[in-house]
Design a protein around this ligand. Sequence first.
Ligand SMILES: NC(=O)c1ccc[n+]([C@@H]2O[C@H](COP(=O)([O-])OP(=O)(O)OC[C@H]3O[C@@H](n4cnc5c(N)ncnc54)[C@H](O)[C@@H]3O)[C@@H](O)[C@H]2O)c1
Length: 256
Amino acid sequence: MDLKGSVALVTGAATGLGRSLCEELLKRGACVSICDLDSDAGENACDELGKKFGKEKVLFCHCDVTDYVQFDEAFQTTLAEFDNIDIVINNAEIMNDKFWELEVDVNLNGTIRGTLLALQFLGKDKGGKGGCIINIGSAASIKPQISTPIYTATKHAILGLSKSCGDNYHFKHTGVKVIAACVGPLDTGATAPSNRFKSPIHEKAWQFDMKGFVPQKTELASKGIVSLIKEANSGTIWTVTNNSAPKEIPYSAGSI
Ligand SMILES: NC(=O)c1ccc[n+]([C@@H]2O[C@H](COP(=O)([O-])OP(=O)(O)OC[C@H]3O[C@@H](n4cnc5c(N)ncnc54)[C@H](O)[C@@H]3O)[C@@H](O)[C@H]2O)c1
């Protein structure tokens, strides 16, 4: 897919990795819809990126990914503004096992809502032009993060969702690639405040979980993730860690 002239909707894009992904997409000539719960940070990101890349290329949509109606409205608004949507990146998250039900609703259910809406808006079988969905996982998608078991569960599940929705069986009908990017610790968020753990005894486990990881530059991780839009096949799973180029990881073979 040619990124120049394409349109991307990115959730959780007001800050952190989401914002950096938007910047990378804009650098490559795409238009972006910044979807986030945090309106102040979202409007601010929209202003700053608009000044840098052109106001007409950036849109902010207030959107809580736990609310299907709001999420659907964000798709409608993006479509009305840019006439098309080619790329959806499900990136919004919270990491806080103390509020585990919300964590599941944002990280997993939010990604499921975003995937289903993207298939509905982009799917060739629904009158769309096809495109690409990237679901953002974590190092905790492929190995247990013992300090945050519920966060780990949400990130593991994202792989199952992406692998099955991205299977060639579906891709043949939808023309929408579904890819998962498992991102290792970033320079913006490699420390975890203790109030994120379900129990104080989990806090010590965080040191163990983080052993061996070099916090990577968010900008480099974004470059790697955006490169997957063009280069990765549907249903594939990639790690993006330690400032290295994305590496495909085997997950399960075969297709029906
Ligand atoms: N930071 C890291 O070290 C790291 C490591 C591995 C994976 N990741 C992955 O990268 C992605 C982004 O992480 P980050 O560190 O940039 O996070 P962040 O906390 O900086 O940003 C998350 C964004 O999501 C938004 N958000 C939260 N709840 C929302 C909701 N209900 N609806 C819409 N938006 C909502 C927040 O307002 C925020 O702007 C996540 O999927 C995360 O799992 C990050």
